[in-house]
Design a protein around this ligand. Structure first.
Ligand code: ADP
Ligand code: ADP
Ligand code: MG
Length: 477
């Protein structure tokens, strides 16, 4: 057990609050940050200390390595937790901290580097005998080269930015003309968003499943997996609903075992030493391929915590300081029940596009056992500067059916006033036959036609009725 540490939480929103809670449990000092634009950040309420990260743009604040380093020195910080997004997968940031004797709460910088580039990581995986999606391993410099590879692997193919993330920098091409039309555009977009225009050409797996494996490792060479999650409900290649275990893998324990041990094999090959996730794409025939490794905690980590009972962020902090994880062996890690997460985003439930706004009220009336990791408060302004996710609703049940039932009730009991959210879309999904049967792939979202089902008007009326009910209760009426 290490002594008390001062931990800087270099993030905002729900994940900052989540990390602060883990610090508190461990007896460490949680140091939170606020910027000129977010003086009233709710995560600070669960931090022990808060410091002003001067500036208003992300470049001036959350992405400003020299300024963060200065802050670490001034406030005698022992370790930095980066959360997800921002600098969480930035090699330079992790290296800078390590070189300055500050603990980086993440894997060693070389793992961040290798896994941070989709071309480099794919090559690394292939070398280590991990199946990778057919296509180029290195970056493809020209349209002609891309077309040549596409002819070999056959269409449809995907043009994918090697530095991409959050589902951005990807386009499906069905023929040569598509490649000609899209190649330079993806290069340009990727150069603008990720400062690197390099592209991969990959076979586009049709109706695939996004399956990922949670990894946790310590600094002594122990690497464990915490089973899989299925994240195939996506819009714009980004997840909105996740569940564990995967309904597609179902009772196929042999397949589950192969998937999980493949992930452990990759993590061991890079001497992984923190929490991380190996993402795989699985075809209709259950063949699976390595997609990427996220060398950080992921948005959807709560569902794994719910089915295994392990606090992944606590373990991640313990691992970073060289503490023992007290996990005797892989077999010791068990799972029970089923967990589902709905990402609650400030977005239009029909177009699924971000809908900035200001929260004027929030009420929750949940069934037993609901977890709601969020950063909501009255007055919260959702701006285009940050990801529109404002909370994560997590339901656990002894079986999948119960988890879905609880999630439906939780969605009904979640009232966010003043903001357009995707709650009505989640309600559609949780009641839709294909989802309920667990038969969906990543093509799912394109098939449900929310415009036919989202009863927006009714939703708002019922919200007002419910808010009136809550207020009446409060006043003892
Ligand atoms: P996952 O972690 O499940 O792989 P994402 O790629 O969606 O899924 O998660 C990281 C994304 O979260 C980033 O790309 C970014 O858009 C978003 N993000 C980063 N920081 C924050 C934050 N503090 N609050 C909310 N969202 C954030
Ligand atoms: P990101 O860094 O943006 O998360 P990923 O490589 O993890 O990028 O891909 C994001 C999503 O795009 C995946 O979850 C999957 O749904 C889809 N995808 C990526 N590669 C392929 C592929 N080769 N075939 C089919 N779908 C893919
Ligand atoms: Mg991914």
């Amino acid at each position: 057990m290490s002594t008390q540490k001062r931990i800087l939480i270099m993030n905002r929103g729900e994940i900052a609050a989540r990390i602060a809670k883990a610090c508190r449990e461990l007896g460490h000092v949680a140091v939170g940050v606020w910027t000129d634009n977010e003086v009233q950040a709710k995560h600070l309420e669960v931090c022990d200390e808060w410091v002003h990260l001067k500036g208003s743009t992300n470049q001036e604040t959350y992405l400003n390595i020299p300024k963060i380093l200065e802050m670490c020195k001034e406030y005698k910080i022992d370790g930095v937790h980066p959360g997800y997004g921002f600098l969480s997968e930035n090699t330079e940031f992790s290296q800078t901290l390590v070189q300055n004797g500050i603990t980086w709460i993440g894997p060693h910088p070389e793992a961040v580097r290798v896994m941070g580039d989709k071309a480099v990581s794919k090559e690394f995986a292939k070398k280590n005998g991990i199946p990778v999606v057919p296509g180029s391993t290195g970056a493809v410099p020209t349209i002609e080269e891309a077309i040549k590879i596409a002819r070999e692997i056959k269409y449809p193919i995907l043009l994918k930015a090697v530095a991409g993330g959050g589902g951005r920098g990807m386009r499906v091409c069905h023929n040569e003309q598509d490649v000609r039309n899209n190649f330079e555009a993806v290069q340009r977009e990727s150069a603008a968003a990720f400062k690197c225009g390099d592209l991969l050409v990959e076979k586009y797996i049709v109706n695939p499943h996004h399956i990922e494996v949670q990894i946790l490792a310590d600094k002594k060479g122990n690497v464990f997996h915490f089973f899989e999650r299925e994240c195939s409900i996506q819009r714009r290649h980004q997840k909105i609903v996740e569940e564990a275990p995967s309904p597609f893998i179902g009772d196929d324990e042999e397949l589950r075992q192969r998937v999980c041990t493949t992930a452990v094999r990759l993590a061991k090959a890079i001497n992984y030493d923190s929490a991380g996730t190996v993402e795989l794409v699985m075809g209709e025939n259950k063949e699976f391929y390595f997609l990427e490794m996220n060398t950080r905690i992921q948005v959807e980590h709560p569902i794994t915590e719910e089915i295994t009972g392990i606090d992944l962020i606590v373990c991640m902090i313990q691992s970073a300081f060289g503490d023992d994880l007290k996990i005797p062996n892989q077999e010791w890690i068990k799972r029970t029940g089923h967990a589902i997460e709905c990402r609650i985003c400030a977005e239009d439930p029909i177009t699924m596009l971000p809908a900035p706004g200001t929260v004027t009220g929030c009420e929750t009336n949940f069934p037993q056992g609901i977890r709601f990791d969020n950063c909501l408060y009255k007055g919260l302004q959702v701006t285009p500067d940050f990801d529109p996710m404002v909370g994560k609703l997590v339901a656990k049940g002894i079986i999948r059916e119960v988890a879905i039932r609880k999630m439906r009730a939780a969605l009904d009991g979640l009232l966010i006033e003043g903001l357009k959210t995707n709650v009505p879309l989640h309600k559609v999904i949780m009641n839709e036959e294909t989802f309920v049967k667990g038969l969906y792939s990543t093509a799912y979202i394109g098939t449900i036609r929310p415009q036919d089902k989202v009863e927006l008007e009714m939703d708002f009326t019922s919200i007002y009725k419910k808010i009136a009910g809550v207020e009446a209760r409060r006043m003892g009426l």
